[in-house]
Design a protein around this ligand. Structure first.
Ligand SMILES: *Cc1c(COP(=O)(O)O)cnc(C)c1O
Length: 359
């Protein structure tokens, strides 16, 4: 077994693994499970500082992004796609898949979105039903300031879909304060449960917009409306993955008890960046570092595969390369969730130093 220091999936605590092995009832017929599901959703909302309803969907993080776009987009809708990273750009595909017209605002991938520039853009054009924003664009470790971007968009009546899959619980997220309409998360990043679940919080405005649609949502599995009234009816649209949800609940309880979680991520991320610079490495991006992942450029004369293989084979530590336009160029250390301990990071940095000096 390698020590997983990847930016998702992350390490999973024993109590989460054990919770997943509990006996379970038929979740379709067990009234207690409906309560348990809803309580878990409420806990998720609480941890993200929102009164908005949360739904837990049976599918990996991507399902939440697709479900948000599927449920909001009607044919012909203009959607602003804020693009300063791979996931940022990727939203355009979900928008067009459901008949919308994505309008890309593409920026330099090495800098966070500039709020003043966005304000100027919106002054010229603000005829959008919603906008998509990525909180932490994981392939490049780019952090965008959703605390300013989302209220700005909302001031023009533009709803926001935020992908915080790899940021939430490592970076502060206050859904109500930031006025986020649909926030997407996943089980396998800082939440530190195994992959398999996506969680979305849905605002009243987003729900009203789905209710007022003229055309039906062109999906079943990615349709957030199929959950409507599940609690009153005690009826889920499809059989819920009970064991996954037991694990998620335990992971969320771990987070709730962890008073120092955001400070610890900040401290560990700062230390990781400093150590890498001391080793002579060049960080990516230029600014806007996320406290959940640190990314550095593959040094000249070395390859990502060489470094990753030596980390695995000599030190038993799993780091990640990157993909898309960053393939072969960047290496990523995921220090989010259960990965974010001094011991894990010390061990990783020590090993990396050795690997870089003995090629
Ligand atoms: C991990 C991640 C997701 C979930 O999708 P994957 O299938 O794991 O790629 C979505 N958005 C972001 C920003 C992520 O880091």
């Amino acid at each position: 077994m390698y020590k997983m220091m990847t930016p998702g999936p992350t390490q999973v605590r024993e109590n989460v693994r054990l919770a997943r092995s509990r006996e379970f009832q038929n979740p379709d017929l067990d009234a207690d499970f409906v309560e348990y599901y809803r309580d878990t959703c409420t806990l998720f909302s609480e941890l993200l500082h929102t009164g908005n309803e949360t739904l837990i969907l049976d599918g990996e993080g991507i399902l939440g992004l697709e479900a948000a776009c599927a449920s909001l987009t009607e044919p012909g809708d203009r959607v602003l796609v804020l693009d300063n990273g791979i996931y940022g750009e990727g939203f355009k595909d979900f928008v067009s898949l459901y008949g919308g017209t994505p309008i890309l605002d593409t920026k330099d991938y090495s800098e966070p979105l500039n709020v003043e520039e966005l304000a100027a853009y919106l002054e010229r054009d603000h005829d959008f039903k919603y906008a998509t924003v990525v909180h932490c664009d994981t392939p490049s470790g780019m952090l965008n300031d959703i605390s300013r971007i989302c209220p700005l968009l909302k001031s023009y009546g533009i709803m926001t879909v935020v992908d915080s899959v790899s940021a939430m619980f490592g970076e502060e997220v206050r859904v109500d304060d930031y006025q986020i309409d649909i926030l997407c998360g996943g089980s396998q990043k800082a939440v530190s449960a195994p992959p398999g679940l996506t969680m979305v919080t849905i605002s009243g405005d987003a729900k009203a917009s789905m209710e007022e649609r003229k055309s039906p949502i062109a999906s079943f599995y990615a349709n957030l409306m199929v959950f409507k009234g599940y609690y009153e009816k005690k009826w889920f649209p499809y059989t819920m993955p009970a064991s996954d949800i037991y694990g998620l609940r335990e992971a969320l309880e771990n987070i709730k008890k962890d008073r120092d979680i955001l400070n610890r991520h900040a401290r560990i991320a700062a230390r990781t960046r400093e150590s890498l610079k001391d080793m002579g490495l060049i960080l990516y991006p230029n600014s806007g570092y996320s406290n959940t992942v640190t990314v550095f450029q593959v040094p000249k004369g070395q390859t990502d595969e060489g470094i990753l293989t030596r980390m695995r084979e000599k030190h038993n530590i799993l780091l990640a390369g990157s993909f898309g336009c960053f393939a072969g160029k960047l290496i990523r250390i995921g220090h989010m969730g259960e990965n974010a301990t001094d011991q894990n990071v010390d061990e990783t940095l020590r090993a990396l130093k050795e690997v870089l000096s003995t090629d």
